[in-house]
Design a protein around this ligand. Structure first.
Ligand SMILES: [Zn+2]
Length: 82
């Protein structure tokens, strides 16, 4: 019976985690969640007959924030090389 050899312990140090990158990723994920929440709200409002006046504006702002956060994240990776 062949067994896989254990992973070589070539690097005793844990992988370097960039705190700024993680922070920017969290912001991006939060913005995506905001959009999902708003779409969920819109769907419920549509079936419930509630007013949708402010949903479109809120979605527009949420999409803008999401795009901004995505750009900031990608730019950081590019500039920082992390
Ligand atoms: Zn970084």
């Amino acid at each position: 019976m062949a067994s896989l050899s254990p992973k070589p312990l070539s690097s005793p140090l844990p992988p370097i985690v960039c705190a700024e990158r993680e922070h920017l990723w969290d912001l991006y994920i939060q913005a995506v969640r905001d959009i999902v929440s708003l779409l969920d709200y819109e769907m419920k409002a549509m079936t419930g007959g509630a007013s949708l006046d402010r949903v479109d504006l809120a979605l527009e702002l949420a999409r803008s924030t999401k795009n901004k956060n995505k750009q900031a994240y990608l730019l950081h990776i590019q500039e920082h090389g992390c």
